[in-house]
Design a protein around this ligand. Structure first.
Ligand code: UDX
Length: 435
């Protein structure tokens, strides 16, 4: 199959590289000339394990290339995927669809022969209808079917998720489009991945419902964690105790500082807006958003409490800045409100992250950055673990303690055991593990 991938952001680049790896002929298109020039040189715009190598192999094999010109690749394509950004619109939280609409117009003008146009970007219900309307208005002669094919990739594990999905969702009523997308994903259902054919609006809603449900699951366990602290219970054992029930499931029950990232906050906000527009409000999801925002802000207070209530003049070490490990993505990271709160209360902050520091400097310009975890801990009154990078799970704790002014650790990801930390002489606070 010949595929044109419009947008070389996270989703577009990973999807394009994986389709090429399946054996399809893929061209990735982006309006950002600098980005395309870098990609041609083999430089990835994002940090994602395995991506650079996957791109290199497919480019060498002649199955993958990059361009700023949309018309050639679209004209030749059997399937055109729209994977441009849908950021939160400033002011109202609705998804900003201007990039999707612009892509639809550009695609329409270039279409030749039967082509399936597929929205892969996370788009509100009804966007497929709008994309189809734009294409038909711009080019009434076009022989086109518009489908929805949402992605469920996790940053840091995106290639694995793409190649071993729990399911593939294809939303279209058009038989030719179903056949074409069946062909695109054939290598996966040879691997037994279930492919679910639905209506277009249903596919669009599946994506939002999945993200909102996962965000709800995390927020639920975070609130249980707060209660566990008060009543002297252990949230990790509670999570295990409920997660073994197959109806609940054990994943996404790790209590922490609140969810962040490029998807959950933005997509839950957009879903809440859509639901209000259709007069079918989603009160649970509204509560999830509010609870999560408050929680992120409350983390600075948690650090203050570990220090007896006072942050003024204190030196705080922060380990981990990205919203999760194995990514350099800082979008909506819990570290941002945490650090801002610490600074607001008069603390000084020195932070370390294995790959996220360059990105972090844009968001958090007023703090010091360390060369490694021990440099970060130097003279600190407290050390806060915000992101659970693997390297933070095996720190030389004796050395860390020697570097610190006071041995106080606030572990927001529960990666250490309280008994071990206390045996080493640390004052140790974590999430949801009551005394
Ligand atoms: C998510 C979805 O998982 C993915 O299917 C969708 O396509 C995009 O959004 P991603 O944002 O990359 O992926 O990361 P994910 O691993 O889901 O984590 C999101 C946030 O939730 C992170 O801040 C993470 O720390 C937090 N989280 C996750 C928890 O706090 N506890 C958990 O148990 C799981």
């Amino acid at each position: 199959m010949r595929i044109a991938m419009i947008g070389t952001g996270y989703v577009g680049l990973v999807s394009g590289a994986c389709f090429a790896d399946f054996g399809h002929r893929v061209t990735c298109v982006d309006t950002d000339a600098g980005k395309i020039a870098s990609l041609k040189r083999g430089v990835m715009p994002i940090f994602e394990p395995g991506l650079e190598q996957l791109v290199e192999t497919s480019v060498k094999a002649g199955r993958l290339d990059f361009t700023t010109d949309i018309s050639g690749p679209v004209a030749e394509a059997d399937a055109v995927f729209i994977a441009v950004g849908t950021p939160s619109r400033r002011g109202d939280g609705h998804a900003d669809l201007s990039y999707v609409h612009a892509a639809a117009r550009d695609i329409a003008a270039a279409l030749q022969g039967f082509t399936v146009v597929v929205t892969k970007s996370t788009v509100p219900v009804g966007t497929g209808d709008e994309v189809e309307r734009i294409i038909r208005e711009t080019n009434p002669q076009a022989d086109v079917a518009v489908a929805s094919n949402p992605e469920f990739l996790r940053e840091g594990a995106a290639i694995r998720d793409f190649k071993h999905p729990d399911r593939i969702v294809v939303g279209t009523d058009d038989e030719r489009a179903r056949k074409a997308l069946g062909e695109v994903y054939r290598p996966l259902y040879l691997n037994q991945a279930p492919i679910l054919y639905t209506g277009r609006r249903t596919a669009e809603l599946i994506k939002y419902a999945a993200n909102a449900f996962l965000a709800t699951k995390i927020t639920f366990i975070n609130e249980i964690a707060d209660l566990a602290e008060k009543v002297g219970a252990d949230v990790q054992e509670v999570a295990r105790g409920i997660g073994l029930d197959n109806r609940i499931g054990s994943k996404f029950l790790n209590a922490g500082p609140g969810f962040g990232g490029s998807c959950f906050p933005k997509d839950t906000r957009a879903l809440v807006k859509t639901a209000l527009d259709y007069e079918a409000p989603l009160r649970i999801v509204e509560a999830v958003l509010a609870v999560n925002d408050n929680r992120k802000r409350a983390m600075a207070r948690k650090v203050a409490n570990a220090l007896g209530g006072q942050l003024r003049g204190k030196q705080i070490a922060v380990l981990g800045l990205t919203f999760k490990p194995e990514t350099d993505d800082m979008r909506e990271a819990p570290s941002i409100p945490l650090v801002t709160g610490l600074l607001d209360h008069g603390a000084r902050v020195r932070a370390y992250d294995p790959v996220g520091m360059e990105q972090a400097k844009h968001e958090l310009p007023d703090i010091a950055y360390a060369a490694d975890p021990y440099d970060c801990a130097k003279d600190a009154d407290a050390l806060v673990i915000v992101t659970e990078w693997v390297q933070f799970r095996a720190l030389d704790l004796e050395r860390l303690k020697r570097e610190m002014k006071q041995p106080v650790i606030v572990d927001l990801r529960n990666i250490y055991r309280r008994e071990d930390m206390q045996a080493l002489g640390f004052v140790y606070e974590s999430v949801g593990r009551g005394a």
